[in-house]
Design a protein around this ligand. Sequence first.
Ligand SMILES: Cc1cc2nc3c(=O)[nH]c(=O)nc-3n(C[C@H](O)[C@H](O)[C@H](O)COP(=O)(O)OP(=O)(O)OC[C@H]3O[C@@H](n4cnc5c(N)ncnc54)[C@H](O)[C@@H]3O)c2cc1C
Length: 309
Amino acid sequence: MSREDSSYEVIIIGGGPAGLTAGLYTSRTRLNSLLIERGLIGGQIANAEWVENYPGFPEGISGFDLGELMHQQATKYGLKTLIAEATGIELQEGQKIVKTTEGNFTAKAVIIASGSERRKLGIPGEDEFTGKGVSYCATCDAAFFREQPVAVVGGGDAAITEALHLAKFASKVTVIHRRNQLRASRILQEKAFSEPKINFLWDTIPEKIEGEDIVKRIGLHQVKTGENLALEIGGIFVSIGLKPDTDFLKGTLTLDDTGHVITNEKMETEVPGILAAGDIRHNSARQAIAAAGDGATAAIYAEKFLTDF
Ligand SMILES: Cc1cc2nc3c(=O)[nH]c(=O)nc-3n(C[C@H](O)[C@H](O)[C@H](O)COP(=O)(O)OP(=O)(O)OC[C@H]3O[C@@H](n4cnc5c(N)ncnc54)[C@H](O)[C@@H]3O)c2cc1C
């Protein structure tokens, strides 16, 4: 990107449903807009095998295709995309300087839509074996574990969705959950309980991951009995929740105690001209359609901010 391309009316950070919808709206109203994405266009939804609750697709749609279509639609109206990581935002005389791994970019308004990333277990062996049997995305990696026993750590919607997906490939799926019941929705629980390949280890927490070149076993602790055990497995899928991607905003915006950005109903933050949309927001519904709705709202109020600028 040349130097004359470094100044925009709106910069959007994050290419998930919130950022892509914001980009569609800002570009369509002819605002010179840049979307900055550090990884896969589509964000988290690109990892969803099949999305059945995004309106307009009665038969459902693959999450990857949904992200691609959103990007195509926004690009058609002139949204530019830069693959880079935003590392900070500086405020300078009404302008916002977005610092990235590919240089600095200036805008009058910024929409933050940087979503969430998976939480880690924080146990010995996790980092060492990431990509060598430890995964955070069953949709991405399940096929590598054909006919092998695997474990899923977690008990919410995402963990059970991952377990059901893995059951199509693995020989056996053990769900390891620290409580004695799942948090996942009833419909997912019913599906998991009736899947013969899925079994459950309740009240159990992982303590260490061991192997040689690849994962061989997970060391577990049963909290009720105090017993330690080891499970021989080929893969471990960690699905214990999400962490908002807001580290780069520290010092620019006040975050809530879970690291989410606080906005009003117009998606405005405490800094005029900086808006936030999607999973990154305090109390977001953490769904693709909600993120898209936030993105549209943020774009509309970013435009209003620029009109009054
Ligand atoms: C496996 C899975 C299945 C799901 N299934 C469904 C479903 O069926 N229906 C549904 O409604 N929801 C589903 N969800 C939830 C849905 O995907 C999210 O609610 C939605 O994607 C949130 O959108 P977002 O744009 O706010 O954030 P994200 O989708 O998290 O996108 C944020 C983007 O910002 C990028 N980013 C972060 N930090 C930076 C930075 N510093 N610089 C540049 N880029 C950055 C990230 O790489 C990411 O692409 C699922 C999620 C997962 C993980």
